[in-house]
Design a binder for this molecule. Structure first.
Ligand code: SF4
Length: 83
């Protein structure tokens, strides 16, 4: 019997008086390992040894929102969603 391990859910850490950090959600089923997101937003994503982005999500530090948006738009598989 095979068991499928689901990745942990992306959760927002919210502090009172602090706006929650943006996140990029990664649909690993759609990711094809182009690494365009990695090139578009240096330092934001981690890739595995095969060039697939590691999910299920990444935090977007303040000031990196534009890079994150560019990365999302650069993904030809529509595997990334910015929230
Ligand atoms: S650009 Fe899209 S398909 Fe390519 S590694 Fe990034 S998330 Fe995956």
């Amino acid at each position: 019997m095979n068991h499928v391990l689901k990745p942990p859910m992306c959760t927002a850490v919210v502090s009172i008086g602090v706006w929650p950090m943006a996140k990029v959600h990664i649909d690993s089923a759609k990711c094809s390992g182009h690494a365009r997101c990695f090139a578009a937003a240096p330092g934001l994503f981690d890739l595995d040894d095969s060039g697939y982005v590691i999910g299920p999500c990444v935090d977007v530090p303040p000031g990196a929102e534009a890079d994150a948006e560019t990365a999302v738009e650069s993904c030809p598989e529509r595997a990334l969603t910015l929230e």
